[in-house]
Design a protein around this ligand. Structure first.
Ligand code: ADP
Length: 491
């Protein structure tokens, strides 16, 4: 489908409502991960460009934060309609720019449209509450106010969705935003959002987008963190980068929302429906060629079901269609870049060298890495320790789901988890003991909806995305009191 709509675009920054090249005039090539072709050139921004974007957002704040709710609501409803109307173009762009296949592109688009429609309602969210006071004659209020400029740093893997949620909640609450998409997704994670919201009527300066060449994120990120005009930063990406940003944010006493890596378990109990368990595991491990932060990375199976599950799961994995992301039949498309492919290859080979067995896949097919199932992976293998962003999953037999929970909790990460069991009450009891920000019982771990409290525990992050929760992250609460009569003081 997308092949019929070849997609190319040159992109620039978007600052103060204007499409703007980098101050230095530099650009970098935006390449297709599938074909390697240059899709266009993007602005290679730097600290100076970032300062300009921050200034634009700062100047836009007084007007946007006081814009009437009906007007704010209309912008987001318009944007949802525009995005829907451009569906074919958006799906083609996601395939071309990020190697995203038809299914996951439609998941992203559906999320983004719902996100905008739900955000429209935030304009009418109550702005605070009245609080009882023991001081006679005093009326006390907790008043929620937008903070000012919010910075957003987003990754490439679900570029549309993750940039969308990084900007939409903050904007809908009356903040202005500087968005830095991934260097791998300057269009679908940046320019596209600016186009849509600008066309929908968002005033100039409320959303600004800065792009940069590979390897040059640091200058943009550091400028966002150091600027006293930027009041919050939200970041979605890997734990090592999030940790670096949080350390710097600490120095500036800047609040950050971090949504970081996962090492997500899927636990299959012996009483699970085998067909459902296999279907769920195939989807949860291999959607978007395993490049979703929520993907199942480790599957623990209670011993009585282990052989049957593992055999069927590996056979299904081995048959998954691999190749061009523009072909709707493809399940496993290209890995985002050569570096990521090499990392997958190295980690699988390291695990095999330490005694792991390959039940499916296990050899790169550039630019793809086929669905790969490993077993007997020792704990010291890198793939057992840290998030490996790709279609590789480890299967392990356990004596009980409780043992699986203990094994699953034995990691620094805690994003998503899932349990498949014939006894959903046992599933809920196990969920309570899992150290994860998100747990699904009788489902696989890859789920998201704009209103849900999305986020991790431990080294998977701080804070929650989710429109109902955005106000906690992107507003300041002011305690205000008012008296209509003089008060008697003791001296
Ligand atoms: P991923 O593996 O998903 O690319 P990263 O954490 O490397 O995870 O990247 C996520 C986002 O963080 C991207 O937008 C990337 O450009 C950005 N990023 C990477 N390094 C830095 C940095 N030093 N400062 C700010 N942003 C960064």
């Amino acid at each position: 489908m997308a092949a019929a709509h070849p997609w190319t675009a040159n992109t620039t920054h978007f600052i103060a409502g204007t499409w703007t090249p980098a101050t230095t005039g530099r650009t970098y090539p935006n390449r297709s991960p599938w074909s390697g072709h240059i899709l266009g050139h993007a602005a290679a921004g730097d600290a100076e460009d970032t300062e300009r974007a921050i200034t634009a957002a700062h100047h836009a704040f007084p007007t946007w934060s006081r814009t009437r709710p009906a007007e704010r609501q209309r912008v987001f409803l318009n944007a949802a309609d525009l995005l829907e109307q451009r569906a074919t173009h958006v799906l083609a762009a996601l395939a071309a720019e990020t190697g995203c296949g038809h299914h996951f592109s439609t998941v992203q688009l559906d999320f983004a449209v719902k996100l905008l429609r739900q955000a429209a309602n935030l304009a009418y969210r109550p702005a605070g509450e009245l609080l009882p006071s023991d001081t006679d004659g005093t009326q006390a209020m907790a008043v929620r106010k937008p903070v000012g400029v919010v910075a957003a740093i987003a990754p490439w893997n679900a570029s549309l969705t993750l940039s969308g949620r990084a900007i939409t909640g903050p904007l809908a609450l009356g903040n202005t935003v500087v968005l830095k998409p991934s260097e791998e997704a300057p269009y679908t994670g940046g320019t596209l959002w600016a186009e849509i919201l600008h066309q929908a009527g968002l005033p100039a300066g409320a959303l600004n987008v800065i792009t940069h060449a590979p390897g040059e994120a640091g200058a943009v990120g550091d400028t966002l963190l150091a600027s006293p005009l930027v009041k919050r930063l939200n970041f979605t990406g890997s734990t090592p980068t999030g940790r670096r940003l949080a350390e710097k944010a600490g120095r500036h006493l800047k609040r950050v929302v971090l949504q970081l890596s996962g090492q997500n378990p899927l636990i299959v109990a012996a009483d699970a429906d085998l067909t459902h368990a296999v279907d769920a595991a195939v989807y949860g491990a291999f959607i978007h060629q395993g490049q979703v932060c929520m993907c199942a990375r480790r599957i623990y199976v209670e011993r009585p079901l282990a052989d049957a599950f593992t055999e069927r799961f590996a056979a299904r994995a081995a048959r998954l269609p691999t190749g061009d992301p523009a072909d709707p039949a493809t399940v496993i498309g290209p890995v985002i870049n050569e570096w990521a492919l090499a990392l997958l290859d190295r980690r699988v080979k390291e695990a095999v060298g330490l005694g792991a067995h390959v039940l499916a896949g296990g050899e790169p097919a550039p630019p793809c890495y086929p669905a790969t199932v490993l077993t007997d992976v020792p704990d010291e293998a890198e793939i057992a320790q840290s998030e490996t962003f790709g279609a590789v999953v480890v299967v392990e037999t356990v004596d009980s789901a409780e043992e699986a929970v203990a094994r699953a909790n034995h990691t620094d990460l805690g994003l998503a988890a899932s349990i498949i069991t014939g006894d959903s009450r046992r599933g809920l009891r196990l969920a309570a003991t899992l150290e994860a920000g998100i747990v699904h019982v009788n489902d696989q771990p890859v789920n998201d909806e704009p209103q849900m409290p999305f986020g991790g525990v431990k080294d998977s992050g701080w804070g929650r995305f989710g429109l109902g929760f955005a106000a906690e992250e992107f507003c300041e609460t002011q305690w205000v009191t008012v008296r209509d009569e003089p008060r008697t003081y003791p001296f």
